[in-house]
Design a protein around this ligand. Structure first.
Ligand code: UDP
Length: 237
């Protein structure tokens, strides 16, 4: 798995956000992949996702604390965690400042509708080109529409790996814009789900908050963090 850790973005979140701002100014096409244990585990057997992670054109950001710790094992210095949720918020801020156009694809209808309202209220200079819930049957139809609309930013909240697979399928047809899979972020940004209090995030204990508030996540946590890190630690440095 070492090769996946090698391609991670290694500098600070703030330095990354400056890059995002430049992408928007330059109308650069960019696919951002949020790396967490699930992403890397799936990529071990999925050659398409593996290809996308190793593709130098894409940005692979260290979303999970297990990723930062895993990198350390290979003596790869990753400055800090850069979460998908924070990156999505930053993209909304930048889009607002620069009056950019976005598309939102994913989550339940009431969630994405509420997020649209939140954006209209708090980021009023963003142009919302369109949105769709993530449970439509024909997701390809939605994506073909997105490609035609040419948003500056497209956030896809369908969960890993569905969101990455759809982006990979269409990114070659895209001329400009930042495309990013954001998992459960719409649920949080819309106010449907609470994010962990800041102190948990600061101490890298967001996972603990999630388990306590959603105990059914415990198995997933074990698989994706404990087992994942054990398998990384077994790999040669
Ligand atoms: N989702 C969706 N369509 C689907 C399956 C999932 O839009 O067919 C959404 C779901 O509503 C949620 C997100 O995808 O908003 C995945 O959230 P989860 O918390 O599982 O992702 P994580 O952030 O843990 O990767």
């Amino acid at each position: 798995m070492k090769e996946f850790f090698e391609v991670l973005y290694k500098k600070s979140a703030n330095e990354y956000y400056i890059k995002l701002s430049k992408y928007l100014d330059n109308k650069q096409k960019k696919f951002i992949i949020t790396a967490n244990p699930e992403t890397f585990k799936i990529a071990l057997t999925d050659s398409q996702l593996k290809g996308a992670i190793l593709n130098k054109d894409n940005d692979i950001i260290p979303d999970g604390i297990a990723i930062v710790k895993g990198a350390k094992h290979f003596k790869i210095e990753v400055k800090e965690r850069i979460t998908g949720c924070d990156t999505a918020i930053k993209l909304l801020e930048l889009a607002n400042q620069k009056k950019k156009a976005i598309y939102l694809f994913g989550a339940k209808e009431e969630v994405v509708e509420r997020l649209v309202e939140v954006i209209k209220k708090n980021y009023s200079k963003i142009k919302i080109l369109g949105f769709s819930n993530g449970y439509v049957e024909d997701k390809d139809k939605v994506f073909s529409e997105i490609v035609k609309l040419e948003p500056d930013i497209c956030l896809v909240a369908l969960g890993i790996p569905m969101q990455e697979k759809l982006i990979m399928k269409y990114i070659s047809k895209v001329k400009k814009g930042i495309y990013m899979g954001v998992g459960g972020t719409f649920d949080v940004l819309s106010g449907y789900k609470k994010r962990a209090p800041k102190i948990f995030i600061k101490l890298n204990l967001e996972w603990l908050y999630r388990i306590v508030t959603e105990p059914k996540r415990l198995k997933r946590f074990y698989e994706n963090n404990i087992k994942f890190l054990l398998s990384v630690y077994r790999e040669k440095k």
